[in-house]
Design a protein. Sequence first.
Length: 157
Amino acid sequence: MLLGVGGVLLYALRALAAPPGAQFEVSDLVISPEAVGVGQPVAISVLVINIGTEAGSETIIFEVNGEMAEQTVTLAPGESEVVTFEVTPEVAKTYGVSVDGLYGTFVATEVGVADIRLSNLTITPSEVMVGETVYISVTATNYGDAVGSRTIICEVT
């Protein structure tokens, strides 16, 4: 079969289109904090995106040292959601984390650690013209049992 330039372009465009049905992509594994005292919670989260052409549901399986938990997310085409699971380690050791082919670790210790978490993100004003000032703030709270610090990076895109 021979294709002219237009046929090749049409074929290439079809190859770049979203997959049919609901299709999910899981990325951006975040484990916070990466070091924690025994008995303190650790949040494990991933970004789930429906890259397909139809709405659908996907079960996300979180595995921590062989123990599993799952959460189901329902998304429209092009929609994304951060899915979070919380675990509280009971033994001091390094824990392996696996979520849909993404891997990471966190450490639980008997020694006190800082557990600094961010909340209450505010952006004022929410809409601006080019050149106007925007104020961005968060609240940092230490839930740990030791003094510590955390670098906070603000990325504006």
